[in-house]
Design a protein around this ligand. Sequence first.
Ligand SMILES: NC(=O)c1ccc[n+]([C@@H]2O[C@H](COP(=O)([O-])OP(=O)(O)OC[C@H]3O[C@@H](n4cnc5c(N)ncnc54)[C@H](O)[C@@H]3O)[C@@H](O)[C@H]2O)c1
Length: 403
Amino acid sequence: MTGIDVDQRKCDGLNRGESDIPDVTDCAVADLTEAGRLTSVTHLDAAGPLDTVIICVPTPLSKTRDPDLSHLLAAARSLTKHLRPGMLVILESTTYPGTTEEVVRGILEETGLRAGSDFFLAFSPERVDPGNTKWTIENVPKVVGGLTDDCSRLAARLYAAAIDRVVTVSSPRAAEMVKLLENTFRAINIGLVNELALMSERMGVDVWEVIEAAATKPFGYMPFYPGPGVGGHCIPVDPYYLSWKVGQVGLEARFIELAGQVNGAMPYHVVDKITDALNSHAKAINGSDVFVMGVAYKADVDDIRESPALEVIGLLLRKGARVSYHDPFVPVIVADPRTGGMPLNSSEYDLDAVAEFDCVVVLTDHSAIDYADLADRAKLVVDTRNAVKVYAPHVFKLGAPNV
Ligand SMILES: NC(=O)c1ccc[n+]([C@@H]2O[C@H](COP(=O)([O-])OP(=O)(O)OC[C@H]3O[C@@H](n4cnc5c(N)ncnc54)[C@H](O)[C@@H]3O)[C@@H](O)[C@H]2O)c1
């Protein structure tokens, strides 16, 4: 197995037996490298002959929220020199329906080799849930869509060697759409529950109580939870790949846009909530000391890509707050550069020190923290995750009326 990554630092680390993904242990990587079963190189030229190439490069959005396929184009172009008859090429990067057939196939066929007859081509979405110990690579079914039946069969056989169940769909574009359905479903449901949280605050209802009770329904419902916004490189990004593509066929992805507006407004609502909390102690944001608990986009991961915490902190800094944060997984952040945010280092979590802050804001509910202790000591708490189970006048909860 050869890992190909343009990042020399990543390759060096892997070759030393070090994992750069929290869910994968150093031990697992070292076992492979020591046995000579995994070598990482920065260019395909150094990889030697390959039977299968899986492309899993980033697919972010541009500044105008359009798909940025630059990494994918570069990866596909670098492959043309090495494409040979019988090779299997699988795209795993999340992207809009049609990318494998229109973009990747087009580039690879510039070699004169034909997809489906000379080489095999398929799409198979990644379905990793970072931090999830129950659903792992092995037991999460893998969806595969090949350009031809043979392409699907070959790709399915490859994954079946390592994954319990492989689900084949009729085409790469169907497989691409599967991934976008899954993540759009999440983005929209989070948008719905975020809006419900705002409604609940106004109507004197506790949204957390409502969600917990609704979740007892054994059919037709699954719980989603409100929060300070959506983060990670999937939920805030992937639905826009779909809305961009349907725009080209004259349709508007209205649910996606609406969920994006609701979710995108949450950091601003959190700052309003902090303003209210400080106001209850006759204080303004300007000049207050605010301590943020957790900046990763979700609990127990180290990923800050698209994390709403960066936006909340940026807004607080812009309004004149003095912000410190603690995150056991994230040693340093640069808050939203539009706000002039400076790099911030994670502070030690010391309850005596935290008790001195004007307000503590829970943005990510990492499981290592005792939130009851925190609520006991802090002067004011704004809790966006229902981490603090205590209801008290000094605890302001997203989606719930103040006591
Ligand atoms: N990580 C996940 O949990 C997850 C889950 C579902 C889908 N995805 C999708 O998988 C894709 C990759 O995501 P990720 O989180 O692994 O991204 P990442 O940024 O962590 O890793 C991608 C790697 O690709 C390398 N790279 C960029 N251009 C390259 C090139 N031309 N040749 C070789 N290497 C190159 C980068 O250096 C980087 O190390 C994205 O489309 C993402 O949406 C990821």
